[in-house]
Write a protein that binds this ligand. Structure first.
Ligand code: ZN
Length: 236
């Protein structure tokens, strides 16, 4: 295009301010201080103007030269890419600073926890308690799946519901206990409700129902104790 040619011919060659002060070839970019602070050691003056500076901006030229410049000189270049890079790096460093504080606090807290818990952090304790809880629940299923009462709860509907409730470790309510006793007595005796045979069976099965309920209550207590410990640890 003709206009492009005219533009490129007429555009004056303006050298980058930093290029003129010997900081390398443009374009410049902002680079992370972590990698370059060591290389540049104790330079706490602006390599462009010589002023002593507090906050160092590390810039890298197109030909790989790393320099330290002050924020005032950086802004005065009018180099938008460089200013944007400076802002981006400022955010990045602030983020890193906060992360470092968080990590330091976490390490401090965990060290204190380990002192109190015999070498374990609270997170370790919670994880162990969760394992304990899982074992408790699977042990219950194993313990009661062949239980006399559970074996009688086989019909769809209420019976299966009660079976599931027991398997998940939830004790029966008084009303549920009554009905479960009746179901077991009916099935064990094969007799009509309130017949002699039924009533005698009711007495017998009651022992089993009470035994299951005792197991469920004990399980619920242990579960509550574990959950309470987990809750307490999470409040710390
Ligand atoms: Zn300067």
């Amino acid at each position: 295009m003709i206009t492009d040619q005219i533009l490129s011919q007429e555009a004056p060659v303006i050298k980058h301010t930093f290029e003129m002060s010997g900081l390398g070839k443009a374009p410049f970019e902002i680079v992370h201080p972590k990698q370059h602070a060591l290389a540049l050691g104790q330079i706490f003056y602006c390599e462009h103007c010589g002023t002593v500076i507090k906050n160092r901006n590390f810039i890298k030229s197109a030909d790989g030269k790393i320099s330290v410049v002050g924020i005032d000189c950086l802004k005065k270049t009018g180099d938008h890419g460089l200013v944007a890079g400076h802002l981006r790096m400022k955010r990045e460093l602030e983020h890193e600073r906060r992360e470092a504080i968080i990590m330091e606090n976490t390490a401090k807290r965990e060290a204190e926890e380990k002192l109190l818990n015999g070498g374990l952090t609270n997170a370790d304790l919670i994880s162990a308690l969760m394992d304990q809880r899982e074992t408790l629940c699977s042990d219950l299923v194993e313990n009661i799946e062949d239980h006399f009462v559970i074996s009688k709860l086989s019909r769809h509907g209420f019976e299966i519901e009660m079976k599931h409730q027991a398997m998940t470790g939830k004790p029966f309510t008084p009303n549920q206990l009554t009905v479960v006793r009746e179901i077991c007595a009916k099935k064990a005796s094969g007799a009509r409700k309130n017949s002699k045979k039924y009533l005698s069976a009711l007495e017998n099965v009651s022992t089993y129902v009470d035994d299951l309920q005792l197991t469920l209550n004990s399980h619920a207590d242990q579960l509550a104790a574990i959950n309470n410990k987990i809750y307490q640890l999470r409040q710390l």
